[in-house]
Ligand binder design. Structure first.
Ligand SMILES: [Zn+2]
Length: 656
């Protein structure tokens, strides 16, 4: 069935939109919780789909923020420019398939088209090697990469020289029609064997091998062993081995993996690691272990034989109670996520830049970062560990720039003193009533929880502040006009900002209120509100688009000075731009489109219409809000405009 000469045929049945829109799957498969995935610097090193988002930034040569990545991930994980490139590539491929020389040329237009096509073909052929490698690295699997080889011999040779082999059984199986009746599991094994063999006949080196296997059984051991043996004989540089397991049927990683002069990256998930007496990985820089049962001596032995490790991660590993890391002079980043049997983590690394720890609060763990004087980014998502850090440790890091803490339920006050700190997030605030922050260089502040503490700080450099509240314990009385406890705490916080320099976005689950400045802010009597105080207008668009995507709100109210054009500019941001299908993410599958594809209508509404909608609304919050808005703002010397939004529950059926 599968011919070694035509490896791509093995899974070429499925249309390509499936592959391009598969980010959701990728994210699910990803090893870490969603919040962690969102983080940009994690994304750079993580699974392919996420990696693509981050890589695009390098290609575009632009500095992007987290939210850009989030958008990339949501909107198909693919940069627009790359999408464009790909589109062009496909067009050219089609052009080649259909015959580069059209039999009939009808008039000048056709001639011109052909000339353009040849020209763009030529452009692709003459891209520098590193750009072609970049494009190949963005392709989702071997099949796509092989397809590019139809462009020119140079692309084919570059694919071989690039040497990234991606075998993902989940995606492979999805490419075979269900009625096919074929044995997908054996087809996948044949496909991997044949592709590897064909590749190695032509090329002696593998840059990276990604093997994600979902249907492993113990009888597969010799086959998987042989793939790894071939790969290590080809001086592999990176291995990403993810073997799904059932019960105790796990794949045991063979010793050959731990003896390589070329390996720089090793990521193992779902396998068994046995103690190995002869570990030699002198150039290993990245080691990620996920869903593996570990013992102290195995980890110690492994780490001590990998002197070049820069990036070390443990994700959902069991068995490990004590983790000691020292003598790793290059160690730059350590992450530990949900290794819930850990009791003690001790890291001594003079060049550590980033440390991230998350775990269940019910399983206490002691974390010590001795002599980690270079630490710049610290994230702790474990209330008990956070408390210990707040009391004893975090002042040990004089260079700290980013601090993200999930604080203890019981913590009532916190003091943070750090001259270098630029970004601070305090999450899980339940009882926190006082936060003293002495951080003159702080540019970004985030607070999340159930209560608003008194925040004692001066936002000298602050450009954005994000506050979100969930009312779980504190019943909020819906008292029109009077506000409540939360609002009393909000007011002094807002008053610290320059009223003209900042905008405020308030959102509930279905309504958004935007203040052009902070002069006339009042507090809406709704539960579960989010607040974003932002300086630059450019950020407003990002925040608004993010809210439109997640909330599909029914209204956006804009409060501004009487003669301001601000309400129109907000309308411009969200108005429906085309009669037809929006082109913003036309390469994505329907489940993966942005908010524009769901928006049915947006228009300015007058008060009568709004109140009618409010009365007709089954959502009590919406009707309360409209009533309150009218009461609060229509009598003030400011302008309030309302945009009513209606949404299609499904994206209109316009296929790309
Ligand atoms: Zn779109």
């Amino acid at each position: 069935m599968v011919s070694s000469n035509e490896p791509m045929h093995a899974c070429s049945g499925k249309k390509r939109k499936h592959e391009m829109g598969d980010n959701a799957d990728c994210v699910e498969e990803c090893s870490r919780p969603k919040e962690i995935q969102g983080e940009k610097d994690v994304m750079e090193n993580d699974v392919n789909c996420v990696k693509e988002g981050a890589r695009l930034i390098e290609i575009q040569g632009e500095k992007c923020e987290m939210k850009d990545n989030a958008n990339c991930a949501e909107e198909g994980g693919r940069p627009k420019e790359i999408q464009g490139e790909k589109d062009e590539m496909e067009d050219n491929a089609n052009c080649v398939e259909e015959g580069a020389e059209p039999k009939e040329i009808q008039g000048g237009m056709e001639l011109e088209k052909t000339a353009q096509s040849v020209e763009s073909m030529d452009r692709i052929s003459h891209l520098p090697d590193h750009v072609i490698h970049q494009i190949l690295s963005l392709l989702r699997n071997v099949k796509d990469a092989i397809r590019t080889s139809s462009f020119s011999k140079r692309w084919r040779s570059l694919w071989y020289s690039y040497g990234v082999l991606i075998f993902d059984e989940h995606k492979f199986a999805a490419g075979i029609e269900p009625e096919d009746g074929s044995n997908k599991e054996s087809m996948f094994r044949d496909y991997v064997t044949d592709t590897l063999r064909t590749y190695l006949e032509k090329c002696s080196q593998i840059q990276k091998l990604l093997l994600h296997m979902t249907s492993y059984d113990l009888v597969d051991t010799p086959v998987v062993d042989s793939w790894l043996t071939f790969s290590f004989a080809a001086n592999i540089k990176e291995l990403d081995l993810h073997i799904g397991f059932k019960d105790s049927k796990r794949y045991t990683v063979p010793d050959i993996v731990f003896s390589s002069q070329t390996l720089t990256g090793l990521r193992i998930s779902g396998c068994i690691l046995q103690s190995c007496s002869n570990i030699t990985l002198p150039h290993l820089q990245k080691l990620y272990l996920r869903k593996i049962h570990l013992a102290e001596h195995i980890v110690l032995n492994l780490i001590s034989c990998c002197p070049s490790i820069e990036d070390l991660r443990f994700i959902q590993c069991s068995g490990l109670k004590y983790l000691f890391v020292y003598n790793l002079i290059s160690l730059n980043r350590v992450e530990i996520h949900n290794c819930n049997q850990l009791k003690n983590v001790d890291i001594c690394a003079p060049n550590l830049d980033t440390f991230w720890f998350s775990g269940k609060k019910s399983t206490p763990c002691k974390v010590s970062l001795e002599l980690c004087k270079s630490l710049k980014k610290l994230t702790i998502e474990h209330p008990q560990v956070t408390r210990d850090f707040c009391e004893n440790q975090y002042f040990k890091f004089p260079l700290l720039e980013k601090l993200d803490l999930c604080i203890s339920d019981k913590m009532k006050s916190i003091s943070i003193f750090n001259p270098c700190l630029k970004r601070l997030a305090l999450k899980g605030c339940k009882k926190l009533s006082y936060a003293q922050i002495v951080a003159p260089n702080l540019v970004s502040f985030e607070l999340k929880g159930e209560s608003m503490p008194f925040v004692d700080f001066f936002p000298f450099c602050l450009t954005d502040a994000k506050l979100s509240f969930e009312s779980k314990t504190e019943g909020r009385d819906v008292g029109l006009g009077h506000g409540n406890k939360l609002w009393f705490m909000m007011r002094p916080f807002i008053s610290r900002f320059n009223p003209e320099g900042f905008k405020l976005v308030i959102h509930s689950n279905k309504n958004i209120i935007i203040h052009e400045d902070l002069n006339t802010v009042k507090y809406p009597p709704l539960p579960n509100l989010g607040f974003e105080i932002i300086k630059a207008s450019a950020c407003l668009e990002d925040i608004l688009y993010g809210l439109l995507r997640t909330l599909h709100p029914v209204s956006v109210s804009v409060i501004s000075s009487s003669d301001s054009k601000f309400p129109e500019s907000v309308y411009e941001m969200i108005k429906i731009k085309d009669e037809d299908d929006p082109v913003c993410c036309r390469y994505n599958t329907s489940k993966n489109k942005c908010w524009r594809h769901f928006l049915k209508d947006v228009k300015f509404e007058n008060w009568e219409e709004m109140l009618d909608v409010g009365e007709a609304s089954e959502d009590v919050n919406t009707s309360t809000l409209y009533f309150w808005l009218q009461l609060s703002y229509t009598t003030m010397p400011c302008q309030m405009r309302n945009l009513g939004l209606s949404w299609n529950s499904h994206q209109p059926d316009v296929e790309t």
